[in-house]
Design a protein around this ligand. Structure first.
Ligand SMILES: Cc1cc2nc3c(=O)[nH]c(=O)nc-3n(C[C@H](O)[C@H](O)[C@H](O)COP(=O)(O)O)c2cc1C
Length: 162
């Protein structure tokens, strides 16, 4: 019997982590932090992030604790970089996401690029997600995302018997 839900998240500056934590609670999910051996900090980290995004690099990530194939649903989440998928999410998706039974995507961004990021994720996971959620940095600043998170989570949970 698979466990219900897993939320895997990469976050460089905390925005995606904030939303992923709320999604994790709403789905009563387990969490997987996608971490790098050398975290990106400061200007050098931003430049490395841009380079990796533009070259579609797949950087090393630390070992993954939870196997998506043990779960019914995987929510894969990360920020948009240079109109593309954040590179550590690409590495995770390549290594593990195709094993998931059901899949959904969440990203945070300044305001553009989610379509290309989600298209690449779909291709890496070899399927279309059941649901997607995009939250902008502005929404996070104004704490204007709770309803969107609840809608996203409800669309993924089994319907309650009436
Ligand atoms: C290197 C880099 C590139 C970015 N490129 C984009 C972009 O192309 N489009 C966009 O809307 N936001 C872009 N952003 C903004 C981030 O997607 C946004 O701030 C996000 O919420 C950061 O998530 P995090 O705090 O989880 O790392 C970029 C940020 C960084 C650091």
């Amino acid at each position: 019997m698979p466990k219900p839900n897993l939320v895997a998240c990469y976050s460089m500056t905390g925005n995606t982590r904030r939303i992923a934590d709320e999604v994790t609670i709403a789905l009563q999910a387990d969490g997987e932090d996608i971490r790098e051996p050398h975290p990106r900090r400061g200007l050098a980290g931003v430049l490395r992030a841009l380079f990796d995004a533009l070259t579609r690099r797949e950087p090393p990530i630390e070992s993954i604790r939870r196997d998506p194939s043990d779960y019914d649903l995987l929510v894969l989440s990360g920020p948009v970089w240079a109109g593309r998928l954040a590179s550590p999410v690409r590495s995770y998706a390549r290594q593990r996401a195709a094993k998931a039974r059901r899949i959904a995507f969440m990203c945070t961004e300044g305001g553009r690029g989610e379509a290309q990021a989600f298209a690449e994720l779909s291709s890496l996971c070899r399927r279309t997600p059941e649901a997607t959620l995009v939250i902008t940095a502005e929404q996070i600043k104004n704490a204007n995302y709770h309803e969107a998170v609840q809608r996203f989570a409800s669309s993924l949970l089994p319907a309650k018997p009436s």
